[in-house]
Design a protein around this ligand. Sequence first.
Ligand SMILES: [Zn+2]
Ligand SMILES: [Zn+2]
Length: 204
Amino acid sequence: METIYTIPLNEVFDADDGGCPFCSLDAKLEANTLEYVLGAAMMEPDVRQSLNKSGFCAGHLEKLFGMKNKLALSLILETRSLSLIENIELLAEKDCFICKRIRTERSRYMSNALHMWEKTPAFRVKFENNRSMCTAHASDLLKTAKVKLRKKDYITFKATIATAFAERLKNQAQNSRTFADSFDYRNSGEKINGNFMKKAGDLI
Ligand SMILES: [Zn+2]
Ligand SMILES: [Zn+2]
């Protein structure tokens, strides 16, 4: 297990700010990667090459335009454009450099979080107490857990996730039911029937 992952994972689980810990990590990864693209990456020819190949998604391009180092951005976009002029097939390989990097790092965080859940009792407690993980990240974690954990541990892990979501899912189901019930003729029926009877009475 690498400490470069342990510290940030402990930090986001300690934060207790009501948000999903993995969403906080994603936000940090995104901010770091945006800085990296317009900073250190400029000095690395192989990174420049992969920037030329992968391009950016619309959302990340917009974020890059909102940053300070516009010179770096113009140089990146110039060489990206020239690469496409040379070989338009590169468009078929388009896969946002920033999204890709976040995905790779996130999957490392997921594996490390599972490892810590298995091996570090203090982290396991934090994990079990967390009630704010989002469904997208819980989905990623479950997929990773199914591959990485032994069957017995996976069953325990699955139960932990189920507990973390139980209350929220119950509330959501209840709210949805209440709303759906408001469409039910048996509830609004009295009103509808009442109006109907009135009309019918008028006709007589
Ligand atoms: Zn999340
Ligand atoms: Zn992107």
